[in-house]
Design a protein around this ligand. Sequence first.
Ligand code: SF4
Length: 340
Amino acid sequence: MLLNKPKRKIKLMEICGTHTMSIAQNGIRSLLEENIELVSGPGCPVCVTPSNIIDICLELLKEPNIVIFSYGDMLRVPGSKGKRLFQHKQVKMCLSPLEALDYAKENPNKQIIFLGVGFETTTPGSAICILEAYKQNIKNFFFYSLLKRTEPALRTLLKDDPDIDGFICPGHVACILGEQGFQFLSKEYHKPGVISGFEAEDILCSINLLIDMINQDTPAIKNTYQRAVRYNGNQKALSLIHDVFEPETSLWKGLGNIEKSGLKLKDTYSQFDAKIYFQLPLPENKEPKGCQCANILTGKKKPIECPLFQKICTPQNPIGPCMVSSEGACAASFMYEERL
Ligand code: SF4
């Protein structure tokens, strides 16, 4: 495949952890012209979650009746003292919040907390779980919402770094939001975006379209993932999100507090809100010394520019979440790209 040549130096950003991994795995950077910079953005949900959440959870686990469930990557992130949740016997890994709900029903004497991390892709599943808990009147199930919304983060990113020339838009999130969910990029910011699938061919085709739109100065939102993404997205999933959650200010690693960028449970379901029930403190961004995850998540630095990369921080001994997560830029770079 012959890529279009940009007329000037351009900076493109992928904003999905699965794209980050696929780009590294398929050696896509090595196929690009020198004047195309391809950087990773805040697309890995575990990476953008403030790391003191782990400390908050470890504090909760001092109560022997509490059991915490979450997805695997989140359980491997080190807390401020290096301890990780998966090392704790009151912590369980799951693939769906419904597993945590089932456990709550089977263990009425325990308090079960599900750590809800993710973007619009996982939110409908969480909404279904909350509706089930409500319908079945489950009293010992709690949802700790760390859910994030894509649009406010992209707006903040563009305010901080208006030099990003175009976006490879996240295919999974777009399955829910649809093409319409990204129109603001071209209409309000004059930036092109291409919704992309995850094969090397999908990504190369998307980059080609981005270069073309930048060369012609005709920004628009295009969709090379039409086999999964419709213009209006998944209306059923969107209405589930709307029924159960409402936007709230949320703290992102690398981007700070962003208005309406998180989701909290609506009042009807507040009995399941772990933040309210356990009176949890607000999250804070406390980076491990030397860790550059915040700069990496905003495309300001590459993993190899972190002084800890590969010397101290490795997938076996991760210091920051970008090296932990199977969608993290540092893990992708370590496994498939740059070596010191
Ligand atoms: Fe953080 Fe490790 Fe990545 Fe450095 S290499 S930015 S310490 S995760």
